[in-house]
Design a protein around this ligand. Structure first.
Ligand code: 5GP
Ligand code: MN
Length: 327
């Protein structure tokens, strides 16, 4: 489906409702926050009420403006008691929103706009485009096709979302058209240096220390899969938490020898959160789906039960299956 085909559905949905709750996925990232804030900004400019539900730390993304009230796990249930329409962005499964999934029960209407592969269609109206770099790119196209205006704050959100999901306009998902979209968005007055530095080049001292541990513990398996891990003891020693490892997998992926990169972190509940990246031929989304996770061919994630060693072996075994298929 194209943006032009979805635009009438979207316009009718916006016009038929006054109050909206927007949800992205748990552990919000730049695209999840970018698409939710851009959508909220549009709804607000149209005189509608919108609230965004966040489950997880968003403090790394303070370069993205927050135009509306924010909901969290302590307020989402009460917010669902008044009539609302639900917008699911950058994820297609209600469960991926964490406790936001309660919206599925109470909403009077719903739409989903997402770019992940093979996640199903759970909303009333779904626009899923796995070819898109990001949910933010899809919103840019949709706002234009629907004839809605884009203001500076929304442009900042959309630019940040596209920048995040393309690794700073570098990933293989980039096309000449995406550079053109980024150029057009920048023309709305986006503070590009702040956005790019904020997303990709800003770490706390603790995060730098944790990164040091991660690099020291990195190992190369079968000559092409780099793996590193941190457990709770490592994090305590560095004075950090499992939130202080965002971006670590991207640093591992810089390794020349690595086709695939795997980063495992032990969460405070003992589960192991896994981030995976690949460069040429390994489909990490397929590997992640084997453990109930998902994502994209070149970037995916999943959560496994501990202990660490077992989780690592399970993930490696899954990735090795794809190595054998390579000529
Ligand atoms: P990251 O490694 O940056 O957390 O995620 C990479 C990509 O995979 C993102 O598009 C993210 O939404 C997706 N992803 C990460 N973890 C999961 C997961 O547990 N389930 C699903 N369905 N997608 C995931
Ligand atoms: Mn995304």
């Amino acid at each position: 489906m194209t943006a032009a085909e979805f635009a009438p559905v979207f316009r009718a949905f916006v016009e038929a409702n006054d109050r909206f709750i927007l949800c992205g996925h748990i552990r919000p990232d730049g695209d999840s926050i970018g698409s939710c804030t851009a959508m909220a900004g549009l709804l607000k400019s149209l005189g509608k009420t919108a609230e965004i539900y966040y489950e997880g730390d968003i403090s790394h993304y303070d370069m993205i403006p927050q135009p509306v009230e924010m909901l969290d796990p302590t307020t989402i249930k009460a917010a669902c008691q008044r009539p609302f329409a639900w917008i699911l962005l950058d994820c297609a499964q209600p469960a991926r929103t964490g406790q936001g999934q309660i919206c599925a029960e109470y909403c009077k209407a719903s739409i989903c706009i997402d770019h992940h592969v093979n996640m199903g269609e759970y909303a009333e109206h779904n626009w899923i485009d796995p070819q898109a770099t990001s949910a933010s790119e899809m919103l840019f196209r949709l706002f234009k096709a629907a004839g809605y205006p884009i203001h500076r704050e929304q442009a900042t959100s959309l630019f940040a979302g596209i920048a995040f999901d393309t690794g700073g306009f570098r990933h293989s998902s980039m096309t000449p058209e995406i550079y053109t979209i980024a150029g057009e968005l920048s023309g709305y007055g986006v503070a590009i240096t702040d956005v790019m530095n904020g997303i990709f080049h800003t770490k706390s001292m603790i995060e730098q220390k944790v990164l040091g541990v991660i690099l020291r513990k990195a190992k190369l398996y079968r000559g092409c899969i780099i793996v590193s891990e941190v457990d709770q003891a490592d994090l305590r020693q560095a004075g950090g938490t499992s939130d202080d490892c965002e971006g670590a997998v991207a640093v591992l992926a810089e390794t020349r020898e690595a086709e695939a990169s795997v980063f495992l972190r032990e969460l405070s509940n003992g589960q192991i959160r896994v981030n995976m990246r690949s460069k040429q031929y390994i489909d990490v989304a397929e590997a992640a789906r084997a453990f109930g996770g998902g994502g994209h061919v070149r970037a995916a994630g999943c959560t496994l039960d501990g202990p660490m060693l077992m989780a690592k072996q399970q993930v490696l075994t899954e990735l090795y299956k794809q190595l054998r298929e390579e000529p």
